[in-house]
Design a protein around this ligand. Structure first.
Ligand code: NAD
Length: 367
């Protein structure tokens, strides 16, 4: 008998394919009857954005390039002011998660539709989650208004993404998939999507490392990133994301590397209490053991082995534990008391990654 579940499917149109950006963006802008588009792109991606929007340049009413990581509130306000001044009727974001995040911040208050053209594997373009930072603290929220109406995925656009960023960003997507197995709104559909995401990312990551200019590997990674974002959008986030958000907000650690380092530790912690998830993750990775397989993959991909390599100090482990402890998800597969949480964060700080699914000796928490 199948378990009972609730599945809130999210709306959104996806156009996927190598070369799609050259034709599909213009089609999608026309489909939405937009004539005054606010183009949002980082300075670095502006030449690409100009080239892609050339065929419908007359519809671009203004361009915002002052995108900054983690969407500082001042940047969001500037982008909103520009949207109003330009009389924008559509937001077109071309870039990574920071660019999509800036478009979302504008949509949050204006209700303007977004066409998103991702150039990294962040996955934000298929989630209704927004995030903004003020000082060292990040605020996130969920609002359907920020969910892009259409996403154009073109693996060709990711060919220039440096290999280290591709690996870290792809592993960040992997974190969304793994976490989807025990996230609060998980259901059989989001789990299926996550499982297929792990399969695509597990194939794409080593392929892109071997051949960064290979479109096949890039397509696998981008497809995996899309599935990862979709699974995360429906299932939500759990223990892993709580830890990573605290680390990113408090110490400004790089988002994707932080995810890649912490993930095997959270999986090792939860594995004894989540055997079905662990079995399916291992199968999707094509490895005998999920924890060892994931840890081996991160090593193979050159991810730093511990948070200390990112500049975090051991004395900050307690601070992070204090930040995370009040928000630990009640339905995490394994009970997380403060000593267990501290041990997990300390292990992720120290590295190396855990060895296998039975690595309970690393973490002393109760199940
Ligand atoms: P990013 O958007 O900050 O981009 C990182 C760097 O990569 C930038 O310097 C950018 O110019 C460069 N870059 C982007 N595309 C490139 C390309 N194709 N070639 C060469 N360089 C390129 O980083 P990101 O990892 O994409 O996004 C991280 C942000 O996204 C974080 O703020 C994170 O919180 C957010 N995020 C949000 C969600 C959500 O659901 N709301 C999900 C995932 C990530």
């Amino acid at each position: 008998m199948r378990e009972q579940f609730t599945y809130d499917a999210l709306p959104g149109r996806v156009v996927f394919g190598a070369g799609a950006a050259r034709t599909a963006i213009a089609d999608e802008v026309a489909r939405l009857d937009a004539t005054r588009v606010l183009l949002i792109a980082m300075e670095q991606e502006e030449p690409l954005a100009r080239k892609l929007t050339e065929p419908f340049a007359e519809r671009i009413a203004a361009t915002f390039t002052a995108v900054r990581p983690h969407v500082p509130t001042g940047v969001a306000e500037d982008a909103r002011d520009l949207a109003t001044a330009a009389g924008a009727d559509l937001l077109l974001s071309i870039g990574g998660g920071s660019t999509t995040g800036t478009a979302k911040a504008v949509a949050l208050t204006t209700g303007l539709p977004i066409v998103a053209v991702p150039t990294t594997y962040a996955g934000s373009e298929v989630t209704p989650v927004w995030g903004m930072t003020k000082g060292a603290r990040k605020t996130t929220g969920v609002d359907q208004r920020v969910l892009p109406h259409c996403v154009v995925y073109d693996p060709d656009l990711t060919l220039t993404l440096p290999v280290d960023l591709s690996m870290a960003s792809g592993l960040n997507a992997m974190a969304h998939c793994v976490e989807a197995f025990w996230a609060p709104r998980r259901n059989p559909i989001s789990t299926l999507v996550a499982e297929e995401g792990i399969r695509a990312l597990g194939r794409g990551l080593p392929a892109v490392l071997d051949e960064p200019a290979g479109v096949g590997g890039r397509a696998d990674l981008l497809y995996g990133a899309y599935l990862a974002g979709s699974a995360f959008a429906v299932a939500g986030s759990g223990l892993h994301h709580k830890i990573c958000h605290a680390l990113g907000g408090a110490f400004d650690l790089p988002h994707a590397q932080t995810h890649a380092i912490v993930l095997p530790h959270v999986l090792a912690f939860n594995a004894p209490a989540a055997p079905d998830a662990t079995r399916r993750i291992a199968q999707a990775l094509g490895r005998a053991d999920a924890v060892a397989g994931l840890a081996e993959l991160t090593r193979q991909l050159g991810i730093p082995s511990g948070l200390r390599e990112l500049g975090m100090h051991e004395s900050q482990v307690d601070e992070v534990t204090d930040l995370v402890a009040p928000g630990v998800p009640a339905d995490n597969p394994r009970r997380v008391d403060r000593p267990a949480l501290r041990a997990l964060i300390h292990a992720a700080w120290a590295g190396p990654p855990p060895h296998g699914s039975d690595a309970t000796s690393t973490h002393q928490g109760q199940t």
